[in-house]
Design a binder for this molecule. Structure first.
Ligand code: RIB
Ligand code: CA
Length: 321
């Protein structure tokens, strides 16, 4: 059993990742950390709690509340959030991430320890290494590494849903999780642990369609149906605000990191790269792949592609029990 810790800004695709991780037989979810990102920290924490309770795992997986804002970014007036244009359909607003997952309010509570302190406590005392799956802004892990950098000794691998080489989403150069807290991302990316990037190049190649949602619904389990609901909502949001090359399709970023842990061949064209991050101006949050032959020292692995059919098959297997 591979031990993992998930760090999520639950959100629609985070929710699919949480379900996939908790259903994966070969993964042991030691804890889930919530973070600000898609939504504010109250909503991302509540959504995470609601979902694990709806899965009947409320007493199995501790949730640690993370940071409510990036390390430094919002202190600088010229680095404030982007103005997001609301998506409308038939006079109603459409969200990529509904503020509240359509589940019963949580009756379970998060742990008292804040996520950054949980990371330190867990990783200083772990008896075996753990894999960190980071699918939101990296603020909490960045703080933990700043306070006790030696925690890296018990990190087997850090899988980051983030970045993009030829693909961006929240600005012309950047992907949201990295753009949201470039300082934290830099600390994590250079901490010395093995880092595997699952960037937009991979997640957009692994798009899911309405037909894939029909496959999920045919399975009939809670997770399969809820994933179909979430992905169909994402397909509408993508169609209105972030159209992909394939119509009626959605990138469902975060669960691709879980599927990679189950079957690494779901990622394609994974290369050792030297990555640098942009911090200012139009390049803020950019993941820059240094391609200067003979001059680079690889510092991480980057998936430039993915297999969407294998991605959907793994999810179908996970949702069938
Ligand atoms: O850019 C996509 C990433 O940002 C995904 O993890 C999504 O959930 C948001 O956190
Ligand atoms: Ca996310």
């Amino acid at each position: 059993m591979r031990k993992i810790i998930l760090d999520v800004d639950t959100g629609s695709d985070d929710a699919v990742a949480v379900m996939a991780a908790l259903l994966a037989k070969d993964l042991k979810v030691e804890a889930i950390c919530s973070t600000w990102g898609n939504l504010d920290i109250d909503h991302t924490t509540e959504n995470t709690l609601r979902l694990i309770e709806a899965m009947g795992k409320g007493d199995e997986v501790p949730v640690y509340r993370g940071c409510a804002a990036p390390m430094a970014k919002f202190l600088c007036k010229d680095r404030l959030p982007l103005a997001i244009r609301p998506l409308m359909k038939d006079g109603k607003e459409v969200h990529m991430h509904e503020p509240e997952l359509k589940l019963e309010k949580a009756t379970i509570k998060e742990q008292d320890l804040p996520a950054p302190l949980f990371y330190i406590d867990y990783l200083l005392h772990a008896e075996e290494p753990v894999t960190l799956v980071e699918v939101g802004p990296l603020t909490s892990l960045g703080h933990a590494l700043r306070i006790r950098p030696e925690i890296v000794k018990n990190i087997e691998e850090i899988v980051i849903m983030g970045g993009g080489d030829r693909v961006a989403n929240c600005t012309p150069c950047a992907e949201f999780n990295i753009w949201a807290d470039p300082e934290a991302a830099e600390i994590v990316a250079t901490c010395g642990a093995k880092v595997t990037w699952v960037p937009l190049d991979a997640t957009h190649a692994a798009y899911l369609t309405k037909k894939d949602c029909e496959r999920f619904r045919a399975i009939g389990t809670f997770e399969a149906n809820f994933a179909a609901d979430l992905i169909e909502g994402r397909i509408l949001a993508h169609t209105l605000g972030q159209p992909l090359a394939e119509p009626d399709a959605a990138a469902v970023h975060d669960p691709l990191c879980i599927c990679y842990l189950i079957d690494p061949t779901v990622l394609k064209d994974v290369q050792p790269v030297e990555i640098h991050l942009g911090f200012y101006g139009v390049g803020e949050g950019e993941t820059i792949v240094d391609r200067r032959e003979g001059l680079i020292t690889p510092n991480s692995y980057f998936a430039f592609d993915a297999d969407r059919f294998k991605f959907c098959d793994i999810l179908c297997d996970l949702f069938t029990y």
